[in-house]
Design a binder for this molecule. Sequence first.
Ligand SMILES: NC(=O)c1ccc[n+]([C@@H]2O[C@H](COP(=O)([O-])OP(=O)(O)OC[C@H]3O[C@@H](n4cnc5c(N)ncnc54)[C@H](OP(=O)(O)O)[C@@H]3O)[C@@H](O)[C@H]2O)c1
Length: 239
Amino acid sequence: MLMRVDSIEGLESCMAGTKAFRKSNGRPFITVSYAQSVDGSIATRNRQPIGLSGPESMLLTHEIRACSDAILIGIGTLLADDPRLSVRLVDGNSPQPVVLDTHLRTPLNAKLVQRPDTRPWLINAAGEHSRQFLALQRAGSMPILCDTDRDGKIDLHALMQVLAARKINSVMVEGGAQVITSFVNAGLVDQFVVTISPRFVGGLSVLNSNGIHFDANLELTDVSYRSMGDDLIIWARPK
Ligand SMILES: NC(=O)c1ccc[n+]([C@@H]2O[C@H](COP(=O)([O-])OP(=O)(O)OC[C@H]3O[C@@H](n4cnc5c(N)ncnc54)[C@H](OP(=O)(O)O)[C@@H]3O)[C@@H](O)[C@H]2O)c1
């Protein structure tokens, strides 16, 4: 299904079609969205977060969050950024937070765990009997068991079925590098929304070059561009 979106105004109607998408594909519609420098960095070399998005493109990020049923990050991002992943800059509901956390390394005092309005889903393979499982449950999160792949990471195809069974129609994947690389490798991207900030960072590359499995370049199609403040937004989908 083509879900081309090239304006904020079009976003809501785009996301409105995601229930039908889930029903026919057996998984949610997946938007991968991140901000990078012109040299393709999403953070500093030692994974310190940098405010890459300007105020206008940050609004767009919150618009996409508000139109998504779930927002997904890796434990690397949670540990580096301690994000809340809520919708604050626009009207709308905050999406269900989902963290890929195989070994349940999420700290009990993480802002996401402490949010009073939601119980983040911590996707893990640690098992119900691990001490951290119960502690995180009591602290306000919901650990959810999932199969792992041959690398011992969360199996993304299995996870998408878990999310679909929980009536999640759309997922916004916000990073970081390893998670984006895994979604690209798994062929689980329906739409990219990339913010390009006019600066060089020389930091953490968006695609983990050791981890790329696809042989050829991943070509994008239905590409549209839009400037927002000083940033350039690219909307596209994989060919
Ligand atoms: N500019 C942006 O838009 C943006 C957005 C988000 C993050 N970031 C930056 O990205 C950096 C973090 O990125 P990162 O690459 O270090 O970590 P990450 O991608 O956030 O998380 C990676 C971790 O997730 C877990 N995981 C479980 N299943 C996985 C799977 N199937 N595929 C990939 N990971 C899986 C693994 O840990 P376990 O094995 O322990 O489960 C893995 O080490 C931070 O510096 C953050 O600031 C930037």
